[in-house]
Design a protein around this ligand. Structure first.
Ligand SMILES: [Zn+2]
Ligand SMILES: [Zn+2]
Length: 376
């Protein structure tokens, strides 16, 4: 067995522990990856605290990037030495997967939150016992890591892996919600409101700006909503034309005012706060679309008043991973980064991997938007 360094959560609410673990042998559909960096997403922390209940001990991490060390016998689209960003996992066989709509794979839950291989085995052992692994097909809080080939996205070797790692989940979710779900050009979207300016909301803004620049007349009003003044300052730099703060603004009244009483053509909620989601649903105009990306506590129900939705032919929908087919969408986002049009590095702060607990506390306090762990 190969040994590896893992950041493990031994039990619910325990801090991450840096420890040595053993890796199982590689299966035909798996890839071994020497990680360079793994960024932290709110979902990792939700698992640590049992908000997404999974068995402990567990190795999470689902925004990794690194270099391929070894490939399984059935892997054909990845080679040893390739640089890869690790994204969500999917079965590759169901109807959505066959149509490159892996983001709504019928096995999404099991493939990403099942925390074991399909046969029930684990990729990681700790103190001689298997631990919950295969998180998002990667458990990239372990280096090297055994990764499902479906989670691997090959990228250009000139790109900085410590920046690219964040593309795997939150960033593609925000950017995809705008480009792949709202579809601003196809649906003639002039005004867009984005609620919650963390990593996901910032990526949504950056993508909105790209679309607006490439298609004059589209997305001329991009409204950012957040309670934090500093984040609203950043939002303006990333592309927001208007910034609203619920602490000082009546959001619904302001959005109506900004849109001549018509409401926005589209809105995306990245906050995951139920009251904010309900406000988003209220502020879309006729023909409008409200998209939920942020996840409120399990069991939450949004409120849609049906009659105005009928009369206005409005849509309320949700999106997983911004409806992104990672294997082509992440290289596209990377090309935008290279052109200085998608500055996600401005959201990131780098930490040595063993400083994971410090990085998480900086993210939780709001001091840092996207902490990145760098592997030695
Ligand atoms: Zn599938
Ligand atoms: Zn995530």
């Amino acid at each position: 067995m190969v040994s590896a360094t893992a950041l493990i959560v031994p039990e619910k609410d325990a801090p991450f522990q840096v420890t040595e673990v053993q890796l199982d042998s590689l299966r035909p559909d798996e890839v071994s990856v020497q990680l360079k960096a793994t960024s932290i997403c709110a979902t990792d922390v939700a698992v640590q605290h049992g908000k997404i209940p999974l068995p402990f001990p567990i190795v999470v991490g689902h925004e990794g990037a690194g270099v391929v060390l070894e490939i399984g016998s059935a892997v054909s689209d990845i080679a040893v030495g390739d640089h890869v960003v690790l994204s969500y996992n999917s079965c590759g066989e169901c109807k959505p997967c066959r149509q490159q709509k892996n983001f709504r794979c019928i096995e999404t839950m099991g493939k990403n939150f099942g925390v074991q291989r399909k046969d029930g085995s684990q990729t990681i052992q700790w103190n001689g016992k298997p631990v919950s692994s295969c998180f998002f097909g990667q458990s990239s809080f372990c280096n090297p890591s055994i990764v499902q080939a479906a989670s691997c996205v090959k990228i250009d070797k000139s790109l900085d892996l410590s920046v690219m790692c964040s593309m795997g989940c939150g960033i593609q979710t925000g950017a995809g919600a705008v480009l792949n779900v709202v579809k601003p050009t196809e649906r003639d979207v002039n005004s867009l409101a984005i609620f919650g300016i963390g990593a996901v909301g910032s990526a949504a803004l950056m993508m909105a700006k790209v679309v607006a620049q490439d298609n004059p007349g589209t997305l001329s009003k991009i409204i950012a909503v957040d309670m934090d003044k500093e984040r609203l300052g950043l939002a303006r730099e990333f592309g927001a034309t208007h910034c609203l703060n619920p602490q000082t603004d009546d959001i619904q009244a302001k959005i109506m005012e900004l849109t001549g009483g018509e409401g926005v053509d589209a809105a995306v909620d990245c906050s995951g706060v139920l009251s904010v989601i309900n406000t988003m649903i209220e502020v879309i105009g006729t023909g409008g679309m409200a998209v939920t990306v942020g996840n409120p506590p399990n069991g939450s129900k949004a409120t849609v008043e049906i009659f105005p939705f009928i009369l206005g032919c409005k849509t309320y929908c949700a999106s997983h991973q911004g409806n992104s087919y990672s294997k082509s969408f992440i290289p596209y986002l990377a090309s935008l980064f290279k052109e200085n049009r998608f500055p996600i590095d401005r959201l990131q702060k780098k930490y040595d991997a063993e400083k994971v607990n410090e990085a998480i506390s900086d993210m939780t306090s709001g001091a840092v938007i996207k902490p990145v762990l760098i592997w030695a």
